[in-house]
Design a protein around this ligand. Sequence first.
Ligand code: FES
Length: 78
Amino acid sequence: MGNVNLKINGLNVTAPAGSTILEAAQAAGIKIPTLCYLKEINEIGACRMCVVEVKGARNLVASCVHPVAEGMEVQTNT
Ligand code: FES
C-alpha cells in the first residue's frame, strides 16, 4: 500500500493508504477530540465527538473511522 496526500486545515499531510483521518491528523500533530475511540478495541464511530468537515462530502464524517483519500481536504475546526 502506498501513501495518500491530503490537506488537513490547509496543511499538506501524507498518510499511509487505509489509515483514518484521525490517524493522519494525529501524525501531523493536529488534535481532534475523541470520546468513544480506542484503537483496535473500539472503532465504531458512535459518539460523533471526532467529526470533521470533508470538502465535497454532504455530511460531517467521523474521523476515527473514515479512511483518508487522495486529494481529500479536511477541516477540523469549522
Ligand atoms: S471518537 Fe467517537 S465517533 Fe470518533
